[in-house]
Every structure is written in structure tokens, then in C-alpha cells.
Write a protein that binds this ligand. Structure first.
Ligand SMILES: Cc1ncc(COP(=O)(O)O)c(C=O)c1O
Length: 431
């Protein structure tokens, strides 16, 4: 049998659609409750050639120097072949955890090597932290909008999420305090807060220092556990780096810190990490044992050797220059092509712009029209668990060239202008 025969055979579905219903009564409540991240569904569409995708959160992997990649892979082959191909400890390679402690110290965050757990991407770190703390029905706080990829984690574990609004200075900590008090009064104190303080996905905004300090004070006074997700802290184009919540916590143990190499180096390696107090880390470690035993030794070694031999900050500076130029093109094209009734954030780093359109526009309906014009974005509803965000959209500027951003935003502007004109015709304003 040749490869062609195998491929043809594997195209026959295992079970036809009519028989698929047999599984419905057998699915666990966890599986039944799990929703796909709208973003993941979109990835499938946007993989099609000719679609200008402003939907993903894709870093530019072309910017990774080929010579560096070849050098590390070749040395891994001669020095670490057997161990790279072997299973490793669940908490991850010690050499890598040491490098991560150094990397975090460059951001002013001081973690002990033993408090670090290597995960399969930042996504697994979110999943493990939610499953470690959340029972079905537990109250959880998260920014509104929040990371669309965290939404399936919240739904899978049955979290009852209250969204806390954002403005240009990040999460409204005053509103968080109100929401917390309300939930406590209802007898449902929130189990945790999930937050992305730096260049938030999807809103692009950053929490101010004053709000960080107020949040930590509140956390300490009330025992509010914070999951700080920080994939974008180094993707900064302007302004000074602010201290992480983890650092401001000062070792009090109220912050679990998560990050990933996906945005600063490459998502293909699927290496992220969590920093947590020992008691929490043990539970997360057990969760990881059940999920995948350990993360890939091959890619952990690759990252370790990269960090040992090269200054990752040079690479980050290079991609930041690229992304800043792309952000500028996106913002200036939006200025020219989007209708006057639209507003949007002006991110000083990260990968995303969050645009808000007039109330009567449903960005899911708009999405269908935009796809007809071969351009994709993430409808805002994907970033909420309570149905809000209908007239907002997330636009990514890191994954495509400046020329394609100009073209994509131009097309989107035309679709939007048509939508607004149609609305004006159907609902003329009385003067
Ligand atoms: C806020 C946030 N956390 C986690 C992740 C997941 O990172 P990874 O690709 O390393 O799993 C992403 C990816 O977009 C993200 O934006």
C-alpha cells in the first residue's frame, strides 16, 4: 500500500452524521459545556489563501534568524540528542527554569526556580490554574473584554464570570471592588481574578501603576487571588515598563504569574510557564501529569540553548520595531477609512487594536460580509461570556505586512461604510 492509498482510505468518515447522535447521551457534562473559542474556529477559515487575516494573534515568525535556528538545532543534535528525545520531569527542565528566572528578572520580577512550572504554551498555564481553583458555579472575575482563548477554560470548568470594564488605564479597579463587594454580599465571594495587565488581549490597553498598587492592596486586604497573565509585557513600543502584579505582591502569595515564549519568540515551540506558591504549584503539577505528563523536551532544550547563547532582547527589539510600524499603519488607515462613528484603542504595545462601532452593528453579521471581501477579524462577542461585545471587534496588526494591513483595513472600512449607509437609509435620523 502506498501513501496515496492510505490517504484515500483515511478520508472515509469513521461514523456518518446520522449515527453521531449516539454519543450525545454519553458526553460528560464537562465536554457538553465546553465551547470552542471563536478565535480557533476563525483560524480554520483564515488559513485559506487570499484571506487577509487580522483575526489571529500571530507573531511574525519570519523575523526569527534562520542561522540561529540552524546553529541551535545542530548543536542540540550533537550535545543533547538523547535527552531532547526523552520524557522529562512534569515541572520542566531545570536548565530552562533557570533561564526563565533570569528572563523574569529583566522584567523586574523575581521568581525562585523551584516555583516555576513549564507548561505546553501559556494556554495550558491558564487551563491548569482555572482547573486548580474553580468548581462549577464559582464566581470568577475577569476583564471585559477578556482573552477569547480563556473563554473555553472558564466554560469548561463552569466558572460564573463577572466582567470588569476597562478604560485606557486598564481594568477599572474601583468597579472590581464594587463587583467583589456585591458578590460577597450574595454569599459568592469570587474565587479569583484573571487579568492581563500589559497590552491586554483583546483591548490593547495597559493597567496604570496606580491601579496595580490599588489592586494589590485590595487583594491583600480581602484575600483575592490574582492570576496575572503576561504574554505581552515585553512587546512594548512606547512608555516605561511597569512592575508586574507578581512583583508588587512582594512574595505574599496572592498572585499566580503566567507567561509564554509564544509572543516573544515563537508559538510553534508551545512553551509557557507558571510561577506559583509551592502548595498551588503541586496541584497544577498534578493537573499537568494528567493532561500531558510533561512538555516537549525537544522544544524546552531549544529555548534553553537559545536563551543561553543569544540575547533574546535583541530579537524582541527587532520584532517590536516591526510591530510598531504595523500598528502605526493600522491606526492611520483606520483614521482614514473607518466611519466617524467608530472608536478604537491606541495600544502602546502588544498585538491588538479593539474597535467599537455603533450599537446597531453586530460584528458577527459584519464578519460574514467581511469574509466575502476576504478579510477576517475577531467579533467582540468572543471576548465576553455574557453576550456583550456585539458591536466591537479585535484587529491584529502583528501577523501581516503593512501593505496587507492597509488593504485589509481599507476593505473593512468599505464594508463598514456600506453597513452604516444602509442603516441610515432604513432608519433615517429625524431633524
Ligand atoms: C493573554 C494570552 N494568554 C495566553 C495565550 C496563549 O499563549 P500560547 O500560544 O503560548 O498558548 C495567549 C495567546 O494569544 C494570550 O493572548
Amino acid at each position: 500500500m502506498n501513501t496515496h492509498d492510505v490517504t484515500m482510505k483515511s478520508q472515509t468518515p469513521l461514523v456518518g452524521p446520522a449515527d453521531a447522535a449516539r454519543y450525545d447521551s454519553r458526553f460528560s457534562s464537562l465536554a457538553s459545556g465546553t465551547m470552542s473559542s471563536a478565535m480557533r474556529d476563525l483560524m480554520a477559515i483564515t488559513e485559506q489563501a487570499d484571506v487577509i487575516s487580522l483575526a489571529g494573534g500571530l507573531p511574525d515568525t519570519e523575523a526569527f534568524p534562520r542561522a540561529i535556528f540552524d546553529g541551535i538545532v545542530s548543536d542540540m543534535g550533537s550535545e543533547y540528542l538523547a535527552s531532547s528525545l526523552q520524557y522529562g520531569p512534569t515541572d520542566g527542565m531545570k536548565d530552562l527554569r533557570e533561564q526563565i528566572a533570569i528572563l523574569m528578572s529583566h522584567e523586574g520580577a523575581h521568581a525562585r526556580v523551584d516555583d516555576i512550572l513549564i507548561t505546553s504554551g501559556g494556554q495550558q498555564a491558564i487551563d491548569l490554574s482555572i482547573r486548580t481553583f474553580v468548581n462549577p458555579g464559582d464566581a470568577v472575575l475577569a476583564e471585559g473584554p477578556t482573552y477569547p482563548g480563556a473563554v473555553p477554560c472558564f466554560t469548561a470548568y463552569g466558572a460564573d464570570v463577572t466582567h470588569i470594564p476597562l478604560d485606557d488605564d486598564g481594568m477599572r479597579v474601583d468597579l472590581l471592588e464594587e463587583a467583589y463587594a456585591r458578590l460577597v454580599a450574595e454569599g459568592r465571594p469570587p474565587k479569583l481574578l484573571y487579568t492581563i495587565p500589559n497590552f491586554q488581549n483583546p483591548a490593547g490597553v495597559t493597567m496604570s501603576l496606580a491601579r496595580r498598587q490599588r489592586l494589590i492592596e485590595f487583594s491583600h486586604a480581602n484575600g483575592l487571588l490574582i492570576i496575572e497573565d503576561n504574554p505581552y509585557g515585553m512587546i512594548r513600543f512606547e512608555g516605561e515598563a511597569l512592575p508586574t502584579l507578581f512583583e508588587l505582591d512582594g512574595g505574599a502569595g496572592w498572585v499566580v504569574y503566567l507567561s509564554t515564549f509564544s509572543k516573544i519568540l515563537a508559538p510553534g515551540v508551545r512553551v509557557g510557564w507558571a510561577v506559583a506558591p509551592p502548595a498551588v504549584l503541586r496541584k497544577m503539577n498534578l493537573g499537568k501529569q494528567a493532561a500531558d505528563l510533561c512538555s516537549s523536551n525537544l522544544t524546552q532544550r531549544f529555548i534553553t540553548e537559545y536563551l543561553r547563547r543569544h540575547d533574546y532582547r535583541e530579537h524582541v527589539a527587532r520584532v517590536n520595531t516591526l510591530y510598531k510600524a504595523r500598528r502605526d499603519v493600522m491606526l492611520s488607515t483606520m483614521e482614514q477609512r473607518f466611519p466617524a462613528s467608530a472608536t478604537w484603542t491606541h495600544p502602546r504595545g502588544g498585538l491588538f487594536v479593539w474597535a467599537t462601532l455603533p450599537d446597531y452593528i453586530d460584528t458577527k453579521a459584519l464578519q460574514a460580509k467581511a469574509l466575502e471581501r476576504q478579510v477576517a477579524f475577531v467579533p467582540g462577542e468572543a471576548a465576553f461570556l455574557d453576550g456583550r461585545g456585539k458591536s466591537s471587534m479585535r484587529l491584529n496588526f502583528s501577523g501581516v505586512s503593512e501593505a496587507l494591513i492597509t488593504e485589509g483595513i481599507g476593505r473593512l472600512g468599505e464594508v463598514l461604510t456600506d453597513f452604516c449607509a444602509l442603516h441610515e437609509t432604513l432608519h433615517p435620523r429625524r431633524t
